[in-house]
Design a protein around this ligand. Sequence first.
Ligand code: CA
Length: 408
Amino acid sequence: MTILRARPAPLVAAVAALAAVTAAGTALLPGPAAAAPGCRVDYTPNQWPGGFTANIKVSPGDTAVSGWTVTWTYAGDERVTNGWNATVSQSGSTVTARNMSYNGSIPAGGSAEFGVQGTYGTAGGAPTGFSLNGVPCNGAGPGPTTPPPTTMPPTTAPPTSAPPTSVPPTTAPPTTPPPSGCAGAVLCDGFENQTGSTPSGDWSVVSPDCSGAGTATVDTSTAHSGSRAIRINGAAGYCNHVFVRTTKNLSGLGGVRYARIWVRHTTAQPTDHTTMITMSDAADGNRDLRLGGQNGALQWNRASDDATLPEQSPAGVAQSVPLPTNRWACLEFMVDGSAGQLRTWLDGVAVTGLTADGVPTHDIDGQWYNRTWRPQLTDLKLGWESYGGGADTLWYDDVAMGSTRIGC
Ligand code: CA
């Protein structure tokens, strides 16, 4: 993207003037691109020291639009460095995001989602002055507004002070209620039935390739729900692999399987290739399909031929997102073995760069489809594997796998 470094334009005043005219009944932007009153822009940030991402959901309201331009203004020194599902530019403190060719049309009552990634020097305030096609949104008058909390899961927790979202301890002994939202799933485990410090029962500790300093334990101090989660101490360097592998028979899932995994980790994903979640592929010599990271963002990787999704070009990496640190994140994916397709969601938002949709796309799934891919997955392993640099401490909780999407 291009970051325009023009001096800050008096955009707020311009928006105010435009809104005043609009409120008086004069439609300045007639036609299909205009936004109806009642538009909403929901901005959901995830911030860490020096950087941030934000998911933005734009809802035009009662009238469909055939194209959209969303603008907002930062209160601090935030600088947007790239975006996904939109063409994003910044002038002064004002950010402008325009639709891509494939997501410009939003029906009445519908919405589109896009995201930005950026940096900041000092803590910034909440963005304000959201508008769609020049019309202020979120029920705003002409002045800047602060959007109310969105319907997304909590993603605004500062990274170093976010407490685990565990249920307060009670005097009742641990029970084994399934984590919420697992209905019908073949695998549905919040690890509350683990009795010792070593994962057992429905899970076994494995190091498929080689083992070293990595450890997997049942943690009773950090959990997404209940009082237990799996903790992985993942060391840097090859041969410190460690995973917990489900002992459940997943064959009943068939060829289409959806997973929902709550994961929390500590260290931002490094430039080097790392892996968190693997699944053995019987159609690929039992080599693993691996979900991890590279170049600072989430990445799928095929162990057999080292193909990556997205491609690790800068444009490809920009279509993925980093796994946020020091908070629980909801990771979902779908693998369709017969169609040879794959989808991934982070906190409920589909990630373009982690999508193999059957049609090779340069920078995204072009390399993935360099051969026919029809995976037959047989297991699920949660842990840590690094092949160079990259140590991390991770927790997994509320893990589910089923034949339909489970949700967060
Ligand atoms: Ca738990």
